[in-house]
Design a protein around this ligand. Structure first.
Ligand code: KIV
Length: 266
């Protein structure tokens, strides 16, 4: 349990010292407190809330007001964890809209960072956010907001060209000033390569054990999510006797390198 406020500097130091960083999604004050008490450094108010809280079959219906509402709840429950909030689908369609909506997430929600899905076409938007003092996490690999374009939730970066594109876009995002990167559903080898390439912390979900940080959706960790379970899914509550113990087990498994194991990787 830590009462020290986690900042971007804390997370950057952890990357450079080799200490694994833990991240879980949170959408409300009660769970945010449980996660903070267990020592989870980053709470991600993900637009996955559209699926696990609102019951939609994708993240697309989530609004900017939904994100602000849930981020503010999480901030009240967890004064010390580092809070990152997703910019929902079509809330960053141009620079002006991106600045306006990211500003609202920071001011009204109390987030310390915004996350947006996208690579090269979003470089200017990332630069503008950074110029206005808003820390950014760029989400690459599988980008769930593009599910209909992709034709499903599929592993990305399997062939040489698409793997190189992800690595190049990761570098471009760091060069644009992004302070963090999130990689979803890519081969473990590519996760390792990008993590080594960048100076900023790299969070993985289904991106192998070598990323600086791991994230999972809280409902997956507690075994209460519906529908298809991807390979990286692990129900920690199965082997624990309380929610608090399951979260503590997740933290311990990430810190020790026990999670993700080979069976969770592509
Ligand atoms: O929305 C979310 O929870 C996410 C994670 C799955 C990485 O972006």
């Amino acid at each position: 349990m830590s009462n020290q406020a986690i900042t971007l500097n804390t997370l950057k130091k952890m990357k450079h010292s080799g200490e694994k960083i833990t991240c879980l999604t949170a959408y409300d004050a009660s769970f945010a407190k449980v996660l903070e008490d267990a020592g989870v450094e980053i709470l991600l108010v993900g637009d996955s809330l559209g699926m696990v809280i609102q019951g939609h079959d994708s993240t697309l219906p989530v609004s900017i007001n939904d994100m602000i509402y849930h981020t503010a709840n999480v901030r009240r429950g967890s004064p010390n964890a580092f809070i990152m909030a997703d910019m929902p689908f079509m809330s960053y369609a141009n620079v002006e809209q991106t600045l306006k909506n990211a500003g609202r997430i920071m001011k009204q929600g109390g987030a310390q960072m915004v996350k947006l899905e996208g690579g090269a076409p979003f470089v200017e938007r990332v630069k503008q956010l950074v110029d206005h003092g808003i820390p950014v996490c760029a989400h690459l690999g599988l980008m769930p907001q593009t599910v209909h374009k992709l034709g499903g939730y599929r592993v990305q970066g399997r062939d040489d060209n698409s793997a190189q594109k992800i690595a190049d876009e990761a570098q471009a995002m760091q060069d644009a000033g992004a302070d963090m990167l999130l990689l979803e559903c890519i081969p473990a080898e590519l996760g390792k390569k990008v993590t080594k390439l960048l100076d900023i912390p790299v969070i993985g979900i289904g991106a192998g054990p070598d990323c600086d940080a791991q994230v999972l959706v809280l409902q997956d960790v507690l075994g209460i999510s519906q529908g298809h379970h991807p390979k990286f899914h692990r129900n920690f509550l199965e082997a624990a006797d309380s929610i608090e113990a399951a979260v503590a087990m997740y933290v311990q498994a990430v810190k020790s390198g026990e999670y993700p194991a080979a069976e969770h990787c592509y």
